[in-house]
Design a binder for this molecule. Structure first.
Ligand SMILES: [Zn+2]
Length: 394
């Protein structure tokens, strides 16, 4: 089957919206935290887990591998839900990891993709989507979002959306009122082809019955496309939403969209074969789709637009180890900074907060000979983060 492509002229389309999305630097900074090295590791580890046919030991092993990744990112038992189901004679589990929103804890942005495979290890279909969801969860773990996010790894997709359809019937509709879902963003087969340039991605547009959710889905797919061009180097095109785990949500009236590889797609010769392997796909494409996804999920979940001190671990660690010596000091104060290549600003304030001295020269030796004896605060600022420590001047 060939997937039709619907040409949409991006600039014309965006002009219809009164609230055009604007670029947010904090969103780009977090999108830039997608790691090519992590993507490679996830894809290769996923591949090594073998054929993850639903109901097999390999499928269970993949489930546990994903769960262990979340644990390594710092997610706790309270964040996990294991949804066991049986259908068509096979039993398996979906993994749901929830990050609670600050303003709307009971309204959910769902980002999902399947981890089961058939015939081969499924490194593209769908190790690629699985890897991106892991990077999303890692990067957004400590980022405040207005809406709650559910990271969902479905099983049983290849046998007919078994895991996602049970999730909708048993969990989404299993409460009264049913779960309140803002949007579902699915990632399936976003690995591209090793032999192609892979510069574009399909954004999936809901054109199916029921039609009650189609207008809202049209807005959402445009926002997904906007985020892709804002936060990744990829271009976009649109295709009809079909044949993957958002379908049961769509049929339930939810607002859905997703990413699907542009080159390859239904013509990808490797998917659903033993050759759906790392060597036949494009891990740089997965990295770029990951950046688009981090931008988009921040947009949909309304992530904090300010950079928090705890977020940038590398800078935080450097700042944590900053030392001022000698302390008490006289005439010269020395700054010990772990990474001398990083630019920083140093300032001294008195205990009422008035600035006494500022030094922007990246110097580790500060002349304090003109300061009166007393207690001061020294502050090192690096990028957007600061650390302050007390200094006694004799
Ligand atoms: Zn798939």
């Amino acid at each position: 089957m060939f997937k039709r492509s619907i040409q949409v002229f991006f600039l014309l389309a965006i002009s219809h919206f009164t609230k055009a999305q604007t670029f947010i630097q904090a969103y780009q900074d977090r999108a830039n935290k997608v790691s090519q090295a992590n993507v490679k590791t996830y894809l290769q580890e996923f591949e090594a887990l073998g054929i993850k046919r639903t109901g097999t030991t390999q499928n269970t092993n993949a489930f546990n591998w994903i769960k262990n990744k979340y644990t390594s990112f710092g997610y706790a038992t309270a964040n996990f839900q294991e949804h066991s189901w049986t259908a068509n004679g096979v039993s398996s589990k979906n993994l749901i990891v929830t990050k609670t929103g600050t303003l709307y804890p009971n309204k959910f942005v769902i980002v999902c993709g399947h981890f089961d495979s058939i015939n081969g290890p499924g490194t593209n279909d769908n190790g690629s989507g699985t890897s991106i969801i892991l990077e999303l969860a890692r990067i957004l773990k400590d980022v405040p979002t207005d809406y709650s996010i559910k990271f969902i790894h479905f099983s049983g997709e290849e046998q007919g959306l078994l895991g996602s359809s049970r999730y909708v019937s048993q969990i989404v509709n299993g409460t009264s009122p049913k779960m309140d879902i803002k949007v579902v963003v699915n990632l399936d087969q976003v690995g591209g082809l090793a032999t192609k340039s892979n510069t574009k991605i399909y954004c999936d547009k809901d054109q199916s019955a029921p039609n009650s959710n189609n207008a809202a889905a049209a807005l959402v797919v445009q926002e997904l496309a906007n985020c892709t061009t804002l936060y990744s180097p990829l271009g976009v095109d649109f295709d009809p939403a079909e044949s993957t785990d958002y379908v049961p949500f769509q049929q339930n009236g939810e607002i859905i969209t997703g990413f699907w590889e542009y080159e390859g797609g239904y013509n990808n010769p490797f998917v659903h074969t033993a050759n759906d392997l790392y060597v036949n796909m494009d891990p740089v494409y997965v990295y770029n789709v990951g950046k688009a996804a981090v931008g988009a999920i921040q947009h949909f979940a309304v992530a904090s637009t300010t950079t928090l001190a705890v977020e940038d671990i590398s800078t935080s660690k450097i700042l944590e180890s900053v030392e001022f010596y000698p302390n008490p000091a006289k005439n010269i104060l020395n700054l010990k900074i772990a990474d001398p290549s990083k630019a920083f600003t140093f300032e001294i304030t008195d205990m009422s907060g008035s600035q006494i001295l500022i030094n922007k020269t990246n110097s580790n030796q500060i002349d304090i000979s003109h300061l009166k004896p007393g207690i001061y605060m020294g502050t090192v600022q690096m990028e957007n983060e600061k650390i302050s420590k007390k200094i006694i001047i004799e």
